[in-house]
Design a protein around this ligand. Sequence first.
Ligand code: PXP
Length: 235
Amino acid sequence: MLLGVNIDHIATIRQVRGTTYPDPLDAVAICLKSGGDSITAHLREDRRHIQDRDMARLCTIPDLHVNMEMAATDEMVGICCDLKPIACCLVPEKREELTTEGGLDVIGGEAYLRPAIARLNAAGVRVSLFIDADKAQINKAIELGAAVIELHTGHYADVTGQARQDELKRLQDAATFAAGMGLIVHAGHGLTLENTPDIAAIPELKELNIGHAIVADALFKGLAQSIADFKALLR
Ligand code: PXP
C-alpha cells in the first residue's frame, strides 16, 4: 500500500506568518527517504496554504509522483492541465470550511464534473474523485471517466465505538465494490496512527493520503520519523 504525504500544513505554518519558511518543498526528499511514495498538495481557491509557485515547483521535480488536490473549477483545471502532475484528486471546496468536510457529490455535480474530468484525462492527468463510501456515487464516478476514487475517511475518524465499526464496514464494502468495478481505490482524511491500522487492513486500498497527523506528529519526533511510523503501519 502506497503512502501519499500531504504537505499542505507545512505551507500553513509558513502562510500564517507570511514568511518564506518552512518551505513545503524541503519535505519532498525527507518524504521519499522515509517511505512516502507520493506528494499530495491541495491548491485551494483561497490559497490558504499551498501557493501556485509551490505547485509549479513540485511539478518540475523529475520522477516525483505529484497528486494535485483541487476543486473542479475552470481555473484549477487549467492550472492542472498546464502543470501536468501525474495525478489529481477532485474535492468539494467551501471557503468557510476548515478542511474538506465531505465527499464530492458526483451525481449532483455531473454537469461540471464531466467536462472537467474529460479535460484532465485529455491532458494525461490521472483523475481521482474524493467521495463518500456510496455505491451510487461510485457508479457515477465510473460513468464520468475517473480512473481512481479516494474514499473519504473523515466520518470514520470522527466517531468511536460501534459508530466507527459501522463506518469501517461501509468503507470496506465500498472498496470491495469499487475495486470489483475496475477502479483504483484510495482513502484518506483524518487518519492518525491510532485509527489507520483498520483502514490499512482493507485489501482493496492501494494508497492512503495523510497530512495533518503526519505534520502534527513531526513537531515532536521529526518529519522523517513521523512518515516512517505511518509507512510501517501500511506495511
Ligand atoms: N485526501 C483528501 C482528498 C484531502 O482533501 C485531504 C485533506 O487535504 C487528505 C486526504 C488528508 O487529510 P488529513 O490532512 O486529515 O490527513
